[in-house]
Design a protein. Sequence first.
Length: 190
Amino acid sequence: MKDRASKGPFRLCIGCREVRQKGELLRFVKTSKSVVAFDLKGKMPGRGAYLCPDAACFIMAQKRAAFQRALGVSASARDLLHNVLKDLVKDMLARVFSYKGRGKVVYGENALDKAQPGNLVLALDEVTGDNRRRIEEMRLRGIDVLEVCVRRYIGPDVPGLLLMVNFKRDSYIYEEVEKIRRLSSGGLAI
């Protein structure tokens, strides 16, 4: 619920009907072609409808026909969620790869070999076999390993493991990975 000490605009999630800060929610708009579109940057013109970054809110919004009421256009929760995940993953990876030029990103299997406590390893594929055991050992040593299975949203040329050096736990990357994980874990994602 809204905290009086908090600043900034608040919006209502059309799925769960909870009031949250605008920046925590996903924004959707009706395009000129009468289609609901995800507004990644929050700058598209037109009336916005907001959803929590949680697959359950997509399901509730569809059951309640919330997009129809808010924007005058019906929308498939499955299709919207797929598009949102695709856009969020592309944006997150673009930000991660921008660190490559500064020598802060290591790709592939080398990510597991070079990780040190305080580093972040991002697993973009399902981790199995020997890598699963190695990742559990890394977590015991104090290395953060975030797993988010997003292979279906990225090209085959992107490695499955990325090591990011000197990332803070409150960084944008952590927030985005958590958002993607919550969205992809609801069973609606294609």
